[in-house]
Design a protein around this ligand. Sequence first.
Ligand code: SAH
Ligand code: SF4
Length: 441
Amino acid sequence: MARPAVGTARPARIGRPAALERAQARFEPMRQCHPMPDQTLSVVQPRTSAGPSAAAGIAGLAVAQLEAWFRERGEPTFRARQVLDAVWRSGAPDPSAISTLPAGTRAALAAAFRWDTVADSELTVADGGRTQKALHRLGDDVAIESVLMHYPGGPDRRERNTLCISSQAGCAVGCPFCATGELGFGRDLETAEILDQVRAAARRLAPRGRRLTNIVFMGMGEPLLNLDRVLEAVEALNDPARFGLGARHITVSTSGVVPGIRRLTALGPQFTLAISLHAARDPLRDVLVPLNRRWPVAEVVAAAREHATATGRRISYEVTMIGGVNDTDDDADAMASLLRGTLAHVNLIPMNAVAHTPWTASPMPVIEHFAERLRTVGLSVTIRRNRGQEVGAACGQLAAERAGAPSAPSVARRRERLVASSAAALRGERSTETAPVGWDD
Ligand code: SAH
Ligand code: SF4
């Protein structure tokens, strides 16, 4: 599919597609389990063999589309709901398990649609079993990631099971602190490929009587650069005949694709929009979020403000806290004046260490001090703990590790350039480079 038009923007950095290819090539499900005290590796066996077929993934179909398919076959349309029940609720491994359907219909369904677009998933478990990272292999051997986080309930809060899903394989935006950014762009995910991450997690939870309570589009990729499919996926998640999750339990995160934010505002969705802010000053944000060169931070926040006003929904601003880079008092004050008076909540997240960058997380006292400066202008702020660090739960980290390390001199050169560009940004110098800091080989 052609990528949605985003004005005159070109992808900020195409990154290292070769690395993405290496990641895919090295995807090989674990053949043995190696139980360890704190971490268990296991394989979820394929439920059906998804192949590189052109058939549509069944999870991407709405009731009306499936009804039309039955109508064309001269079959009663109520069967569409029986099928969707099997897809979304019963956990049926394939259409042959839908006993309410005639055998011929089951065979026709199996021939017309892919029951599951995920061929298999490799699981890595951490945090005493509360974080599960899944590396999913799709029909064409592309690898993507989802992360399932369990938050136990307490006297004053309900248990939560949050799933972080991918919308693209890789990402063209190329934020230098992000493992997915390092991989470069692979391809957009199909609607069913987005949704099958959700079905896979729901199946893992079901035997323990648990269900997903929250879904966040914070895995691999920039959701607003695959917006048509992301919107179809949100509709399916929301639809009572399919996954049936309230819109308020869904969050879509963007690095600041302004036309996409405006398009969402016109649609008036009730899901939460998260903006990956990271810096309030253009020179630094140009380095941290290369898309900022196309849509500067003031434009992003203006679009987000309009979104909040139109939908009445609070915007969630995400700030990955990078030690000595975006955590100074000047940064906090710039962010405070940019966001004050807006319907906003700020999440401060310590950076998850990613190979090949020179940076690490800000120390917790620095993050607490930053939060306090934001609170002085009345902003609501939460400091989030990074879950599953030992499994590389920041988006794309597992796939990036599979890609293997680039050469040591290349890593050293890139680190040097990142240090230089962020130091220049801290001095308030705006880079005149047209290309953001990327790989030189
Ligand atoms: N592309 C979208 C959504 C996916 S990234 C976006 O950028 O918003 C989801 C979140 O993970 C973003 O807020 C991103 O900044 C954050 N993230 C990426 N790498 C990280 C890291 N190494 N440590 C902490 N957060 C990270
Ligand atoms: Fe892409 Fe988001 Fe990672 Fe930036 S943080 S490279 S936009 S996935």
